[in-house]
Design a protein around this ligand. Structure first.
Ligand SMILES: [Zn+2]
Length: 99
């Protein structure tokens, strides 16, 4: 079982970003990116996990949550344009946390 909250990723990203430059920061950043990719995967999680360990599987497993209930996709072009138009109209004066 995996519990995932995108807000936690932002918090963890800031923690890694605040560390001094060096190999430790690179390793932690890589691990964070890999975990984020796994959590937000739109394809078979087993394939993502195997790729992390350098293995490749052509066929989806058919048993993970993504295989059993694939994410629904839709064209959000118009919604994105409206959101960006809103940002432009308020002169970019509000942050993402503004409701
Ligand atoms: Zn799968």
């Amino acid at each position: 079982m995996m519990l995932y909250d995108p807000a936690d990723m932002g918090w963890l990203r800031r923690m890694v970003d605040e560390k001094p430059e060096g190999p430790q920061k690179q390793v932690e950043s890589h691990k964070l990116n890999a975990m984020s990719a796994f959590a937000e995967a739109q394809t078979c999680r087993r394939q993502v996990l195997l790729n992390y360990f350098g293995e490749y599987r052509e066929q989806p497993c058919g048993n993970c949550d993504i295989c059993l209930d694939p994410p629904k996709h839709f064209d959000a072009t118009q919604e994105a344009q409206k959101a960006l138009s809103c940002v432009y109209r308020v002169n970019q004066s509000f942050g993402i946390s503004t409701w």
